[in-house]
Structures are given as C-alpha cells and as structure tokens.
Design a protein around this ligand. Structure first.
Ligand code: BG6
Length: 475
C-alpha cells in the first residue's frame, strides 16, 4: 500500500511579516517588509529600485497589522491543533529580537513572544519549524551598512542565530536559514534589503550579497550543530523545474541554464562549494566575489541536513524570442504552458511538476526534502458565518499531495513533511493583498485593511484534518 512514513510532518506555513502585525509593539524595530507598501509602488520598492526607508501617509503597509497573530496566536494555534498539525512553520521577525540589528543585547520581550508561541505549539504536540529570516532585515542595517551588501551582516546574523539557538534549544529542532534564498536575485530589497544607486553594478552586488548569505547560512549551521547536535538545519529554495518549450536542443539548453540560476544557492548550501558552472558564469560577468580566508572551508564543512522548498508551479522557457507569451508565477514570470490551467493570478497549476521537481532535487542532492510551501491563492466568498466552500483549494491540494506521494512511494524520494502555505489567510507577499487567500481558516479582512479579523473554518479545514488523521490515505 502507498503510505507516507510514520512521523511525517503534516502542518502549515506562515511568515512573521505576513501574519503577526504589531509592527512596532513589544519593542520591535522597523524592518524592510514594514516599508513595502501595497499598490503600484510595491514592486519598485521590493525590487530595490524605489527607495522607501520610512513609512509615509500616502501608502498602505499591509504588514503593520497583517492578521494580528501577535494578539491572537493562542486562538490560531488552537485551530492548528484541532486540524492535527504535527508542525507549524513560522518565521522570526529579526527586528523583534534585535530591533536595530546591531544591538549588543536582545529584546527580551521579543524573545519571550516566540517562546510563548513555541510553548503553545508544544502543548498541542506541534513541532515548530522556524525560518530564521523570511524577507526581513532590520531597517537600521539597510541604512547603516547597506544590508547584505556588507560582510558585517554575517556577524549580526550570527549573533541572532546564537541567541535564538541558545534560548530555544529545547523547544525547536527544525530550522531554515533563509526563506527562498534565490529570491535575492529576483526581488533584491524584499529578499535581502538591497537598494541600488545609479551606476551600481547590480549583478555584482547581488552575487556578493548572495555570498554573504551563503556564509551566514553555513555559520548558522555550524553554530546550531555545536549548540545542539540534534538540530536539523535546512536551506530553502523557491523551486519549480523549468521545462523546455520544445525538444530543440537550444530550448533544452536554456531550460538547464534557468534551473541552474536557482540551484546555484542550494548547490553551495548542500554540496558545500561553488559549482564550476557558477564560477564560469561569474567570470563571464566579470564578477569577482570577495571572500575571506576560511570561507571555502566553512562552506565545505557546514552543509545543510535537509533541503526545503516552496513549489507552486513549474516554469517554461524557450530560446526563440518570438515565443514570449508570459504568465505570472512565484515572482518570476514564465512562459505560458498551454497544457496547464492557471490560478486567478496566472500561476499555472502542475501537480506532476511537483513530482518532477522533487525527483530532480533528490537526484541532485541525495538529502531528505521538505515541502514547506505549496497551495492555491484564490478569491474566497464566505457566507454570513464566514464559511467558505473552497472545493477548488481542496482539489489543488489533493492533486499535489497525490503527486508528492507518488514521488515518495513510486520513486523513493525521502520526504520529511508537507506544510501548505498560508494555512490561515494572510497577506500576499507579491501583491500585498488579503484577497489572495491560501488558508484553511478564513480571516475577515480586506485589501484596504477593513474587517473584524474574525477567524472561521473553511470546508478545507475538515478535509485537511482527515488527510492528516489518515496520514495522507484519505484525500
Ligand atoms: C513564497 C513566499 O514566495 O510564496 C511567501 O515564501 C509567499 O512569503 C508565497 O506568500 C505565496 O506568494 P504570494 O505572492 O501569493 O503571497
């Protein structure tokens, strides 16, 4: 019979800035995501092209209140417990713990907040799965050192990691160093706090910042294993294999190149060295990464324990410039695949693509995988009680879970768990909207920030509960 392993970590995933709100409460400092507005300026700011270092009155900033998990976490975690979650993925807001990023001592109120959350999870038998940074840098570090452009960030990040590993060493076992680390290339401000000036060599800055994050990730892995050898540290990739539009060798070549752009990060984090193709690519771009003595050894000796990733869709590419009908995807747009349907936001739906992606990653790294994001962003229409008949969401998840089970049972891929994105409705990272919903739990709030914030169960809530209860047998 096709079964998932005992102890499979079913759960759900979130991120601090899209969930918590209370953006300046409890001693928290301003962070990059707090100055990314909704509306037409969102992309220019997220790309690092438009400077927004403070909030102003002309914009609406969705992270400020988000869904106010800060004041509702007990109720929300109780609902996760009711669904039978084995794990809950959340991220820490760096500036809640070190409000300026470079503080000598941490903010006790921030540390206590996360400690209470972990205790609340453990009460229901839920293992926290913690992303150390999810699109989040204290703004002070952007202003003073230019964020991840600077090597100094490695030290600040190290301090954060030592603090949280020590404090939570008996409560948290699973850690992810950087959410979607490859997002740095595509949304440099959102992903890494990078802002560009006229005349900057943008590519060189991005790859230097990437080196700093890779070093920081290896250091975190080292410190983690020293503090608690049972810790499991993962990297995190915005995944989704790139298909070639035709069997023309040029198309196939292009698709391989596209995948390498993203795999580059995980190749370093998992295999411990810059791959030759990346060295050649940097050479061609005339980019000379500044390294310190010991960097290469550090990377080699501190590779991750597992590979986590988000999967929403496959991608498509062509070497023929005439073929250019694009559709939206998880931040980077892709060519439209005529064989696939798409969500209301144009993200194409490809369950088999998940199986393909899992196999490609497992073949490449031979380490356990963890699907830490997957799901359908859709408009929900609740009745007067907040009940949503979200069969479309159930359908999406069912097909992806089937594909995931095939990868495990038919192909032998090792998989630790599955945490669908936005298990409770939250703010969309790409658009800043509330109406792009992923949750099993509906939250009464609209794009303009109006609503009671009341939580209610959607149809998918009980469906997912049964999926977990039966360890994926009843779909
Ligand atoms: C991933 C991010 O890119 O996709 C999440 O890690 C994000 O933060 C998720 O929310 C879904 O994207 P969106 O744009 O629909 O919120």
């Amino acid at each position: 019979m096709s079964r998932l392993p005992e102890g499979f970590l079913w759960g759900g995933a979130t991120a601090a800035n899209q969930l918590e709100g209370a953006y300046l409460e409890g001693g928290k400092g301003l962070s990059t995501v707090d100055v990314v507005p909704a509306g037409k300026d969102r992309f220019p700011v997220a790309l690092g092209k438009m400077k927004m270092f403070e909030c102003d009155e002309n914009h609406y900033y969705p992270s400020h209140e988000a869904i106010d998990f800060y004041h509702n976490y007990k109720e929300d975690i109780a609902l996760f417990g009711e669904m039978g979650f084995k794990t809950f993925r959340l991220s820490l807001a760096w500036s809640r713990i070190f409000p300026n990023g470079d503080d000598e001592t941490p903010n006790e109120e921030g540390l206590k907040f996360y400690e209470d959350i972990f205790d609340e999870c453990l009460k229901y038998g839920i293992e926290p799965l913690v992303t150390i940074t999810h699109f989040d840098v204290p703004m002070n570090l952007v202003k003073t050192v230019g964020s991840w452009r600077s090597r100094k960030m490695v030290g600040y990040y190290e301090r954060l990691c030592t603090t949280i590993f020590m404090r939570y060493k008996d409560k948290v076992k699973y850690w992810l160093t950087f959410n979607e680390i490859n997002m740095l290339l595509h949304l440099p401000f959102m992903g890494a706090g990078l802002v560009f000036e006229e005349g900057d060599d943008v590519e060189a800055i991005k790859y230097q910042a990437a080196h700093h994050q890779l070093i920081a990730s290896a250091k975190a892995t080292k410190i983690a294993h020293e503090i608690n050898p049972n810790f499991k540290i993962g990297c995190m990739l915005a995944a989704g294999n790139t298909y070639a539009n035709t069997c023309a060798p040029e198309d196939v070549w292009k698709s391989m190149e596209k995948d390498r752009e993203n795999y580059f990060f995980i190749d370093v984090q998992s295999r411990g060295e810059y791959p030759n193709y990346a060295k050649k690519m940097l050479e061609k771009l005339n980019i000379n990464i500044k390294m310190e003595n010991g960097d290469l050894e550090l990377l080699k000796e501190n590779t991750v324990d597992f590979i986590s990733f988000s999967y929403y869709s496959s991608r498509l590419t062509s070497a023929d410039p005439e073929i250019n009908a694009q559709t939206e995807g998880n931040v980077f747009a892709t060519l439209k695949n005529p064989h696939l349907k798409a969500s209301e936001w144009g993200w194409q739906i490809d369950p088999l693509g998940l199986r393909i992606t899992m196999n490609a990653m497992y073949d490449r790294y031979q380490k356990p995988l963890f699907i830490v994001e997957n799901g359908l962003g859709a408009v929900d229409n609740p009745d007067e009680n907040g009940y949503v008949e979200d069969d479309y969401r159930i359908e999406y998840l069912r097909e992806h879970i089937k594909a995931m089970k095939d990868a495990v049972n038919e192909d032998g891929v090792e998989l630790m768990g599955y945490t669908p994105w936005g298990c409770i409705d939250l703010v969309s990272a790409s658009t800043g909207e509330m109406k792009k919903r992923y949750g099993f739990i509906y939250v009464d709030k609209d794009n303009e920030g109006k609503g009671t914030l009341k939580r209610s169960k959607k149809k998918s809530f009980n469906w997912y509960k049964k999926v977990i209860e039966s360890n994926g047998e009843i779909l």
